[in-house]
Design a protein around this ligand. Structure first.
Ligand SMILES: Cc1ncc(COP(=O)(O)O)c(C=O)c1O
Ligand SMILES: Nc1c(O)cccc1C(=O)C[C@H](N)C(=O)O
Length: 428
């Protein structure tokens, strides 16, 4: 007996007009073979790499070797022998070219939230005579929460203003008392991309410092932190960087600030000589001053495998494909989905678009659950956003077509109205 889901899948296959052109685009795509470097579930279309990236296929063997040789046999010797102790620096140096940074400016450690706390406190102390903080109302909540907490606990004289999504709104809040501005380059809900060069310039013209959150940009588009003269940046490595769930995050400190920027979390690994075990804290002179405690070594290993994948291609090529994928999905959304009330809210203008497309619908939650049940994985962001991430390393044009055709079939069959799709989950 065929289920409704089978019927939706059959409807998708039957509606094959357009599929040939998607397959043609895949045949012409020089990056298509890179998909083979990832372990992805057969028969599924994975469009959630903007939340948790896919696993590089080499992670299993690399982890197995690190466990059986590095931990089980070499034990304590691996801190030196395998250079485990220096992973925050060596991984940071390999992340640096992806964001237009130099070796020695990036540290891979902790979470984005913790790193934001570190660089925010450092930046505020570089502007001791100012009290203004600017962020954005629709920033990922942890950014606002971290700033609120740091202000309450460390900088009680400071006040924060929240801008709207457009760059003009940020610029209109700048003033002579602005100390630090913290913005996401790509918005996690809408996929809107800010003009990093222009916004950074305006922030500097006001005498303030900028912290860029690059969670939704690193690995998705070319970034030039030093070309834009950025001061600080933070980001994760589990989304487009494919570093795995809870992979170490990273922070960037422009080399011109390194001597004067201080880490408020003065743990022993940020000490100039951690293994001297001195009583008084004396910070390292390098980016290592932003280390805190022992690195979670095993969590760095998948990220090393993913970096090896990135080192086989380049960001301009990935960006070109990403724009084609998102553009194609928006075209299909106009053609197949708009009449069902699904509206594209991601900017059409390529210069303002990250690597995701967001659609809105008042019944977004059950629609997304039905879509996942049919083998197309995106996610939902309250109150009404269906998010689709297009990771150019492993998403193809046939996937884009399949996602749009499945969603169309779901809307036409009303599958999403089945009561089982209404149940809310803890993690969305
Ligand atoms: C823009 C942005 N900043 C920060 C975070 C959270 O960082 P973490 O939970 O890794 O500290 C996320 C996603 O989780 C995000 O999308
Ligand atoms: N970090 C996450 C998690 O631990 C569970 C579920 C999702 C996430 C995410 O990263 C969400 C993501 N930052 C977002 O843009 O919504």
């Amino acid at each position: 007996m065929s289920t409704t889901i089978d019927r939706v899948k059959a409807a998708r296959e039957a509606a094959s007009a357009g599929l040939d052109s998607a397959r043609d685009m895949d045949r012409q795509d020089a990056l298509a073979p890179m998909r083979g470097l990832f372990a992805l579930p057969a028969g599924e279309i994975y469009l959630d790499g903007n939340s948790l990236g896919a696993m590089p296929a080499s992670v299993g063997p690399a982890m197995a070797e690190a466990l059986s040789e590095g931990w089980a046999k070499d034990l304590i010797r691996s801190w030196n022998g395998r250079n485990w102790h220096m992973l925050p620096v060596t991984v940071g140096d390999r992340l640096a070219p992806l964001m237009g940074a130099k070796a020695g400016e990036v540290l891979a450690a902790d979470s984005t939230s913790v790193n934001l706390y570190k660089v925010f406190c450092a930046a505020m102390r570089l502007r001791p005579d100012r009290t203004g903080v600017i962020s954005e109302r629709n920033n990922f909540p942890t950014d606002i929460h971290i700033l609120q907490g740091a202000i309450a606990n460390v900088f009680p004289q400071a006040t924060m203003a929240l801008a709207d999504d457009d760059d003009e709104s940020v610029l209109s809040l700048l003033g002579p008392d602005t100390a630090v501005v913290c913005l996401s380059q790509v918005n996690y809900r809408t996929g809107r991309l800010r003009d990093m060069a222009r916004v950074t310039r305006a922030i500097h013209d006001a005498g303030a410092l900028v912290i860029w959150d690059l969670c939704h940009s690193l690995g998705a588009l070319p970034i030039d932190l030093n070309g834009c003269n950025a001061d600080f940046a933070v980001g994760c490595s589990y989304k487009y960087m494919n570093g795995g769930p809870g992979a170490p995050a990273w922070l960037f400190v422009a080399s011109r600030h390194l001597a004067s920027a201080g880490n408020p979390l003065t743990g022993w690994q940020g000490h100039a000589a951690p293994f001297a075990f001195e009583v008084d804290f004396a910070p390292s002179a390098t980016i290592e001053k932003f280390r805190v405690g022992t690195p979670p070594v095993l969590s760095y290993l998948p990220l090393l495998e993913s970096l090896a994948v990135f080192e086989r291609t380049d960001m301009p090529a990935l960006r070109a494909k990403s724009l084609k994928l998102t553009g194609y999905f928006m075209e299909l959304a106009d053609e197949k989905l708009a009449r069902h009330g699904l509206k594209v809210i991601t900017p059409r203008n390529e210069a303002e678009r990250g690597s995701q497309v967001a659609l809105t619908h008042d019944e977004g939650w059950p629609i997304m659950q039905a879509l996942i049940a049919c083998g197309v994985v995106g996610d939902f962001r309250a109150p009404n956003i269906l998010r689709f991430g297009f990771t150019p390393l492993y998403v193809g044009f046939e996937d884009v077509w399949g996602a749009a055709a499945t969603l169309e079939a779901i809307m036409e069959s009303s599958l999403w109205r089945e009561p089982r799709f209404a149940e809310r989950k803890l993690v969305t």
